[in-house]
Design a protein around this ligand. Structure first.
Ligand SMILES: *Cc1c(COP(=O)(O)O)cnc(C)c1O
Length: 375
């Protein structure tokens, strides 16, 4: 493959010249590394890999999902472009009418669709860094301009800064993204702050991918405003990251347009079945969410006992840790050799830091043991 690429570039790269210049310069999104690759890197059998880098659910999905998928008889039929069954099921779960709901192949797809609906080339998108990398990534692919407004030292959003950024750029600024709880910092943005932003009249997207772990939501406010959107996901709490299913709660006018511009068959039938079975087994799932929340608190305490780490309180299923003595990259690599995988950050706003997904109790024990051995 590589040889081929070099050969065509060498001959003038005529095809590349036809591609959009802004995309050629775009930095690739830093994606998750699959377990097979992690296993090979660490020289640990795949069952022994302790994967705490993707905020996935360590208990997996509801056991009903596998049984229902095996027996489902209609995979040869296209899924419903209007997502009728799905939206009805989701409407029941969120307690809102189906007219407000659109499902996506992961909430990632909805981030992209929202941007496609609103952005024209050069339009601004407010990004409260440090935060989820998908907002700037999708913004740039849609030809928009990312306007970073840094959070403060405790990772609270800077409302005055956002107001200023919105004011300056005026009509060309259209969307404000806020993850609440925020990834990777774990803190929520309070409702009064969100309402301050809604008053600015721009589209405010509250990404509640971790809602089930925080119990905090602004979803009931959506029907009262024309510019407030809430995004949710089945990847984290329901253990369906691999099947790609998320949804948004939208003002009905926006939902209608999104349904029109999305790919007609964006939700595959396996994902639809999995979502319905998950909602039918909600008690089981809520029980695993409770286990993860208790384990989060135990992990937070254990990390705090290690003098070289400073964990930040979290309302999600992961904990951000600043390494206050020593080198986060060395710790990250040392743990990899033992088959334990975390997310490592070293950016201007997230210096020398690690993000640790909450695993099962035995994962916490193995991690803490390994950290003690290393430092
Ligand atoms: C994981 C995550 C998502 C993506 O969810 P999918 O439904 O898997 O696409 C969205 N937002 C945030 C903040 C996340 O951490």
């Amino acid at each position: 493959m590589m040889g081929d690429i070099e050969r065509w570039r060498g001959q003038g790269g005529e095809i590349e010249k036809m591609m959009r210049g802004d995309l050629l310069g775009l930095k690739a999104y830093q994606p998750i590394i699959p377990p097979e690759v992690l296993s090979e890197r660490a020289g640990v059998p795949i069952e022994g890999v302790i994967k705490l880098d993707g905020n996935e659910n360590p208990y997996g999905c509801s056991p009903k999902v596998g049984r229902a998928l095996a027996g489902y008889p209609f995979y040869h039929i296209y899924p419903d472009p209007e997502q009728r069954e799905l939206r009805k099921a989701l409407a029941g779960y969120v307690g809102m009418e189906a007219a407000h709901i659109v499902a996506g192949a992961g909430s990632d797809e909805l981030i992209d669709l929202i941007l496609r609906l609103f952005l024209e080339p050069g339009d601004g998108v407010i990004n409260c860094v440090p935060t989820f990398g998908m907002y700037p990534f999708c913004t740039e692919i849609c030809g928009g301009k990312v306007i970073d407004v840094p959070r403060d030292k405790s990772y609270t959003i800077d409302i005055a800064g956002i107001k200023e950024a919105v004011g300056e750029k005026n009509e060309k600024t259209k969307i404000i993204f806020i993850a609440s709880p925020n990834n990777p910092t774990g803190n929520i943005t309070p409702q009064r702050d969100i309402l301050e932003l809604v008053k600015l009249g721009k589209v405010v997207v509250i990404d509640e991918a971790y809602y089930e772990f925080s119990g905090t939501t602004v979803a009931p406010l959506v029907p009262r405003y024309e510019n407030l959107i809430v995004l949710r996901s089945f990847s984290k709490w329901a253990g369906l990251a691999g099947l790609r299913i998320g949804y948004g709660i939208f003002p009905a006018l926006i939902a209608e347009q999104l349904l029109k511009i999305k790919q007609p068959y964006n939700i595959n039938l396996a994902a639809q079945v999995a979502l319905q079975e998950s909602l039918a087994d909600i008690e089981y799932l809520q029980d695993t969410v409770q286990k993860i929340i208790s384990e989060r608190e135990r992990l937070f305490q254990k990390l705090g006992e290690l003098k070289f780490l400073k964990p930040f309180p979290s309302q999600a299923n992961f904990i951000l840790c600043a390494v206050v003595k020593g080198n986060a990259r060395v710790i990250h690599e040392g743990l990899q050799k033992k088959g334990i995988f975390l997310r490592y950050f070293d950016t201007p706003l997230l210096r020398n830091s690690l993000r640790i997904s909450v695993g099962r109790p035995e994962h916490t024990d193995a991690l803490i043991e390994a950290l003690k051995e290393m430092c």
